[in-house]
Design a protein around this ligand. Structure first.
Ligand SMILES: [Zn+2]
Length: 63
């Protein structure tokens, strides 16, 4: 099983579609489910700050 390129932990139940990110034709990155969730949460926080609509703020508060 490949290791996560972000946290270094072995990726449990690895699946290409879910955990393998193609950077270019020759480069791939492996990201575990936990880091994907952290990444999404991080991006949502940034989006909520950029576009502070009520819907975005509600969505962020719920998590
Ligand atoms: Zn990870």
């Amino acid at each position: 099983m490949p290791e996560c390129n972000l946290c270094g932990k072995e990726i449990e139940s690895f699946h290409e579609n879910t955990h393998q990110l193609s950077i270019s034709d020759t480069q791939v990155a492996y990201i575990c489910t936990q880091c994907i969730a952290r990444f999404i949460h991080w991006q949502q926080r940034k989006l909520a700050a950029l576009f502070p609509t009520k819907a975005n703020q509600r969505r962020y508060r719920r998590q």
